[in-house]
Design a protein around this ligand. Sequence first.
Ligand SMILES: Cc1cc2nc3c(=O)[nH]c(=O)nc-3n(C[C@H](O)[C@H](O)[C@H](O)COP(=O)(O)OP(=O)(O)OC[C@H]3O[C@@H](n4cnc5c(N)ncnc54)[C@H](O)[C@@H]3O)c2cc1C
Length: 505
Amino acid sequence: MKISVTASIAVKISVAASLATLAGAAVAASNPHRACCAALAADTQLHGKVFAPNSTQYDAQLDTYYSANAAQHAWCMVLPESTTDVQATVKILTKEQCPFGIKAGGHSAWKGSNGIAQGVTVDFGYMNATSYDPETGIVSIQPGARWGSVYEFLNQYDVTVVGARTSVVGVGGFTTGGGYSFHSNSHGFACDMVVNWEIVLADGTIVNANSKKDADLWKAQKGGSGNLGFVTRIDQQTVNGTQLWGGFTSYDLSERDIVFDAYLAFVEATVENSPDQIIVALYYDFTGFSIRSIMTNNQGIANTPAFDVFLSLPNISSTVTSGPESEIIPQFTGPTPLGLYANWFTGMATNTLEALTIIDELHHEYAGKMQAAAPTSNFSTLIEFQPVTNTMVDNSDKRGGNVLGLERVVADGPVLMWLVSLTVDTEENQEIILPIAQEFVAAINQQEQAAGHFIDWVYLNYAWGDEKPYSYYGQANLDLLETVSHKYDPKGVFQKLRQTGFKFS
Ligand SMILES: Cc1cc2nc3c(=O)[nH]c(=O)nc-3n(C[C@H](O)[C@H](O)[C@H](O)COP(=O)(O)OP(=O)(O)OC[C@H]3O[C@@H](n4cnc5c(N)ncnc54)[C@H](O)[C@@H]3O)c2cc1C
């Protein structure tokens, strides 16, 4: 039995919007660069689903991007409502040789990660339904859904999913890029729990890729992001229970070393399939620096022995509590304002005190430089330390493997994945501050290298546009991506016409 719900956005095409669409299409037809939009708008299947600039739907979608850098003004946007719509779209994009971008939840931050300026944005925002089959325990999620809506929907069945740690993040980009979750120690990445991908290929064919059929595509899509086709449905094995214990605990900055030591020891002591996870976050804004931890237990069990050291540390405040994921995760989400100038960078280092200290000290130095360069700017920086552990990678392998290439990375034990996030209030201030942030990131890599702590791996879902995550995934995985791409997309549509996101080639 399948039970389904369509989250959030009901698709209502107003008369005014349809007129705007037609007017847009007419303009498009007179401009060779915009012939693609005219062809899309003229298609019967896509009637009322292609939106030109200044239409209500187009403007509303621009407001759904997490980062203003990514919210690009496309020639037009296609908002498919079904897999058949996606088929019609890809056939036209291929026939007309239209450059295109792929957007699901729009939470990648860099310019060119999801929306496109010189081309057509295929925006999955209206394909956001979730359905569940209690007999198989499999949840089917459309790529435009947000994780918050998925958690809420699954509460009634007392199950949850390996999904994002922030409710507003989109399912499409998160899962196809890997997907680090509060369940990653115990189950692997979100992509590892995918038992079937429904994918519309470049020639319009619909494929269901799983361990039995088109298994090469199934595996390559686990980390393959937008390289192989349009993913139109994600069937994921669920996890029993909905309870999560967790929250923020803030510490005085003078406790930095003992918090770092507690983090390192916790990571080293991670047991197989552990439900316990840790993040340490460093923050800066105009109020100053702060440090906090995020402790979680994905079975909702409070104060497990793994957290003994953390729980014994003196703290300033703590929000740690238990409840369904649908209630606890919004706490981590916070206000997450849309439309600010957000920028994310990532890298890897050894799980050592020196590696953490290098980053913290550079953070103090460069946040000071940023503040001095743009004294009136309202900006913030967030550094997160989170581990990639052996049990995460073992869980990936147990479930058929993915293309992230983490096996060699954890060969000597757990490692540190760091994230640097910079959020700036205006484009003008970003122009001043971003180059300093880029120097900061380069200095991290350079100093980690000099100290022998640098690890050459970059997580696609956190990466900045120039970080080339696929170059670290290993030759065997690149070979698989190449073979699968040639087999399922022989004309290379998703390598040549797709302009957004990361390419493996
Ligand atoms: C506040 C916040 C919290 C986050 N928390 C986490 C976290 O806990 N764990 C984690 O791992 N990451 C996290 N991220 C990073 C997140 O995983 C990426 O930003 C991810 O891309 C977001 O998914 P999306 O659907 O919003 O992607 P979008 O930005 O819409 O798309 C990104 C790319 O994904 C690909 N893609 C999207 N949809 C499809 C599709 N249907 N078919 C084929 N390819 C597709 C395309 O290449 C696209 O260019 C977070 C990001 C933010 C902003």
